[in-house]
Design a protein. Structure first.
Length: 426
């Protein structure tokens, strides 16, 4: 049995797509477990850029089985567009399977998502407006529609009619135009025919692969600090983005998960609202954003940037049971003469070492910084740990010490080849 989970260790956008793509070259199966098209995983291979929202990043490797698991909420329009784009680029997608248990994002979910953000005004969450939250809400209220329902057309029509009537009551209450049931039926009749060849009992597929000692890679979306239960609530996503979410989102028991890789940038970024103690404001933050190309794959929004937060790092290690840390975008810091690390917070004159659940308290925390010398050397051409400048190695060693977990991979650029392995994954 060889299983490896990859999760984001910060607020998302840590470079999971690149690392999953890198690890997928050794894997036999890649499984996406939660989230929806709000995820944006970018992969660069030999200068070619691929952007995935739903299809697992391992799809670029022939022979690797790719699974969209039961915990994902599925926008069929997006997944079919991704399939079409891959086909046009000569990528074989016959190795993709979609869980019959996965819930569907419907057009009214996207409408509701945008309406709810509008109503919140200054208190908005910063959602991608892709319908993720409303789809998970319907799932929890037991009115959601699954892929399995779509393949039983008469039953699907009946359930959809009930949901549309319910949602149109909400839209009417806010003076919004209703959604058109017949328009949805026409679109989803077409979707049903196109998606049917990919639908499987993925729970059995995944567990059979593990029984056969295949190398299975579980692909997380978003980041640990966006987890519905353990993140900076309410500024979170609508699913469990920590390693524990893999079990429910794939149908694999926790005793079958061997390694947990947490992905962190060499600094910290965040999209949307919420406290961010180590945030760099003004020109310094703008410069880090520009050099790091910190713009969302899904939304195009500029990300807020700041120094590496080791309080967040330790918290992520704890709540994920993390076995290994992966540091991405080390090269973005090449230009800095000195680099700071947030090692603790200060609240009302006292030092805080743990990450607080109370966002009002977190917003009042000041970062406690440790300063290290930069290296002012281009690291993008380094191909081994020994190639890195000593100051960069010192910085990495300090991050591992502060987060209390070994660093096993370092990325020094977007391409596959710009990846340094310190410890074998599989």
């Amino acid at each position: 049995m060889t299983t490896l989970v990859v999760v984001g260790a910060q607020w998302g956008d840590e470079g999971k797509g690149k690392i999953i793509d890198y690890l997928a070259s050794e894997a036999e199966m890649v499984v996406r477990c939660q989230g929806g098209s709000n995820a944006g995983h970018t992969v660069v291979s030999k200068g070619d850029v691929y952007k995935f929202h739903l299809i697992p990043s391992g799809i670029l490797f022939p022979g690797v089985t790719c699974i969209i698991g039961n915990g994902v909420v599925l926008d069929l329009g997006v997944v079919l567009q991704e399939l079409d784009d891959l086909k046009k680029r000569g990528v074989d997608t016959s190795n993709l399977y979609i869980s019959e248990r996965a819930h569907l994002i419907m057009p009214y979910h996207c409408r509701l998502d945008a309406l709810q953000e509008q109503i919140k005004g200054d208190n908005k969450i910063g959602t991608t407006k892709r319908g993720i939250g409303p789809a998970y809400a319907d799932k929890s209220s037991r009115t959601g529609l699954r892929v399995l329902d779509l393949l039983k057309w008469d039953s699907f029509k009946e359930k959809l009619a009930f949901n549309v009537a319910e949602k149109n009551h909400i839209f009417a209450a806010y003076g919004e135009e209703p959604v058109d049931l017949n328009e949805i039926l026409v679109a989803f009749k077409d979707y049903a025919q196109k998606i049917k060849p990919f639908v499987r009992d993925t729970v059995t597929l995944i567990n059979d692969a593990i029984k056969q000692n295949k190398k299975v890679l579980f692909e997380g979306a978003q980041g640990s600090l966006l987890d519905l239960d353990l993140g900076t609530y309410p500024f979170v996503t609508s699913s469990n983005a920590v390693a524990g979410g893999v079990c429910a989102g794939s149908g694999v028991g926790p005793t079958k998960l061997q390694k947990i890789y947490g992905i962190s940038k060499a600094y910290t970024t965040r999209v949307g609202s919420g406290p961010f103690p180590s945030e760099l404001l003004g020109e310094a933050g703008d410069e880090l954003c520009r050099i790091g190309c910190e713009y969302g794959t899904t939304t195009g929004r500029a990300r807020r940037c700041g120094w590496f937060d080791a309080v967040v790092g330790r918290y992520s290690v704890m709540i994920n049971g993390m076995t290994d840390l992966v540091i991405t975008k080390l090269d973005v810091l090449d230009y800095m003469p000195e680099i700071k690390i947030c090692t603790a917070y200060r609240y009302e004159g006292k030092e805080v070492q743990t990450f607080p659940a109370d966002l009002d308290l977190l917003a009042k925390c000041d970062p406690v910084y440790e300063t290290m010398p930069g290296w002012s050397v281009d690291t993008t051409k380094c191909r081994s740990y020994d190639d890195l400048p000593q100051a960069a190695k010192n910085y990495l060693n300090r991050l591992g010490e502060l987060c209390e977990v070994p660093i096993s991979i370092v990325a020094i650029g977007p391409d596959r080849e710009q990846t340094i392995t310190l410890n074998p994954a599989f």
